[in-house]
Design a protein around this ligand. Structure first.
Ligand code: 5GP
Length: 199
């Protein structure tokens, strides 16, 4: 039997602190059909990050240039920094038949869902606001005022959960990972993406 698959676009989003980054890392490590779209950002590079691997770290000027060239599939200002998904990246990877994972904030996710209604959209939820607060504190990347701001944003983002096709609660990383793997496995078999030829 011959078969052919079209690459799909998988949007993983959710409030800050729900663990979507960790979930995406695990998905990418376990499934070779998945690849990550490296976003461009004006944020400073953290010590553990590699330019071109975690992000393309670019200047404000370069970001403005890309905006002018209409190079972004979506872009958003998240917690004071600018981030954008490069159209060229996504298109190139999907043309190779790869499934492209976007780890993006809810503003960007809504834009991708508008532009690419064929995408798979997954919203990651915290088990509770109390758990989200603890997570934001233990991550130790933000001051208390910023944490309260992110919790406030989370409420509005969760209210818009119905815009996504799937919702997964990240109470237990392994379970959340299993659930998302199952979603991806089913989406791969859709007849709009999978073309087996019976000979
Ligand atoms: P961080 O700076 O901690 O890596 O990411 C901060 C937030 O920006 C996360 O919620 C992450 O999902 C989001 N983000 C990363 N890249 C993009 C992007 O290209 N577009 C949008 N809209 N959000 C992004």
């Amino acid at each position: 039997m011959r078969e052919e698959r079209k690459g799909m676009l998988i949007v993983v989003s959710g409030p800050s602190g729900t663990g979507k980054g960790t979930i995406c890392e695990k998905l990418l490590a376990e499934d070779p059909s998945l690849t990550f779209s490296v976003s461009a950002t004006t944020r400073y590079r953290r010590e553990t990050e590699i330019d071109g691997v975690h992000y393309h770290f670019i200047s404000e000027e370069k970001y403005d240039e890309l905006l002018k060239e209409d190079a972004f599939l979506e872009h958003a200002t998240v917690h004071g920094h600018r981030y954008g998904t490069l159209k060229s990246q996504v298109e190139e990877l999907m043309e190779k038949g790869l499934n492209v994972v976007l780890d993006i904030d809810p503003q960007g996710a809504r834009e991708v869902m508008r532009q690419r209604p064929d995408c798979v959209s997954i919203f990651i939820l915290p088990p509770s606001y109390a758990a989200l607060r603890v997570r934001l504190h233990t991550r130790n990347t933000d001051d208390p005022k910023e944490i309260e701001r992110r919790l406030g944003n989370a409420k509005g983002e969760i209210e818009q959960m119905h815009l996504y096709q799937y919702a997964v609660v990240n109470d237990d990383l392994e379970l959340a990972y299993q659930q998302i793997s199952a979603i991806i496995a089913a989406e791969k078999q859709r007849t709009t993406r999978y073309f087996p030829v019976v000979e």
